[in-house]
Design a binder for this molecule. Structure first.
Ligand code: SF4
Length: 75
């Protein structure tokens, strides 16, 4: 599959996912399945948890496939 970069935004928080880096290690969807669910499309649901929990889970991604952009940092 071609590598893609996807953005999922809610309010000031954007989760960035780079498919080419993802090791499908399950950590994100085992840790926070209400947000990260590879069976769903889109597979990241920004309404599944509050921003703090989403950011915490993104930090646990071992490969760097997931990262966070905050709106304040982009302005
Ligand atoms: S935690 Fe990171 S590497 Fe693991 S499945 Fe999720 S996005 Fe991919």
């Amino acid at each position: 599959m071609r590598d893609v970069t996807k953005h999922y935004t809610k309010d000031d928080v954007t989760v960035v996912w780079k498919s080419g880096l993802c090791q499908h290690s399950c950590i994100c969807w085992k840790g926070l399945n209400d947000v990260f669910d590879p069976k769903k499309n889109p597979w990241i649901n920004m309404d599944g948890a509050d921003a703090e929990r989403i950011i915490d889970q993104v930090k646990k991604c071992p490969s760097g496939a997931l990262s966070i952009e905050l709106k304040a940092a982009r302005d």
